[in-house]
Design a protein around this ligand. Sequence first.
Ligand SMILES: NC(=O)c1ccc[n+]([C@@H]2O[C@H](COP(=O)([O-])OP(=O)(O)OC[C@H]3O[C@@H](n4cnc5c(N)ncnc54)[C@H](OP(=O)(O)O)[C@@H]3O)[C@@H](O)[C@H]2O)c1
Length: 279
Amino acid sequence: MITGASTGIGLRCALRLDTLGFRVFAGVRNDGDGEKLTKASSDRIHPIKIDVTEPEQIASAAEQVRSALGGEGLYGLVNNAGIVISGPLEFLRLEDIRRQFEVNVIGQIGVTQAFTGLLRRARGRIVNISSISGVLATPFLGPYCASKFAFEALSDSMRMELKPWGISVSLIQPGSVETPIWDKSAEAADRSVEAMPPEAETLYGPAIEAVRETVDKTRKTACSPDLVAKAVADALTADRPKTRYVVGPGTRGQALFARFAPDRLRDTLIMREMGLHGR
Ligand SMILES: NC(=O)c1ccc[n+]([C@@H]2O[C@H](COP(=O)([O-])OP(=O)(O)OC[C@H]3O[C@@H](n4cnc5c(N)ncnc54)[C@H](OP(=O)(O)O)[C@@H]3O)[C@@H](O)[C@H]2O)c1
């Protein structure tokens, strides 16, 4: 079962797992995306409607999977659905920050709760799509980073809680990946900035512009979502799945930097990299 399989990493995971012979329940939010997926794959892929912020849809998706499995357990759950809310924390609307947590954190817990019984039957595996932003917080990406830090902590707790039943929990930590999330988050950021008072533009306008330029540069170095799908497949099939998979060029260095660099050095280097140094 994969959430957020309409585009990007989730879509690539669904197609890769299909190729490997898995029967895939692919979470989508509308019928059109489900039809596209069915056309692009074998009949082993079953689109399932699920918005992770809608408890009724989560329950209904779990029920559909339970009945399709006819008494068998579920082998894997890939918690992939996610959005990005960005902007200066001083001015972001609380409702936008709540939405970030609803989708990236609470939704993941809700889905996991609904499917754990089925996973237990198969000694299945959970694969949580985190991010390098789950270990390295950057300015103007506060809500997203906080949601992924939270997801990392929840995954660690979950891994120990579910150990008695042999359910493994792996985290995937990609760096930049070329998916539609970049355009979606840029649009969301533009809408957030428009909703802010004029003071926000005066105080943060140049910094926001510098961050936009950095995002454009970073996107050019983004890796293929296939690389992430490969790590997910590994977490689902390896004899001994790793607890964390760092994915993408340069991402391991960033993870080590996050872990070992002293705070002020880390701040300085991140801000320099983002064109914010000296502001
Ligand atoms: N791309 C990167 O650079 C990158 C790096 C590190 C981690 N990640 C993580 O990878 C995951 C997938 O992102 P992506 O890059 O593949 O982006 P994407 O192409 O935008 O995919 C996000 C998926 O999540 C779905 N989604 C959004 N809100 C949802 C909700 N409320 N309920 C259910 N599904 C929802 C989207 O569905 P709709 O199409 O219906 O909106 C879409 O299928 C995210 O968790 C993201 O944080 C991405």
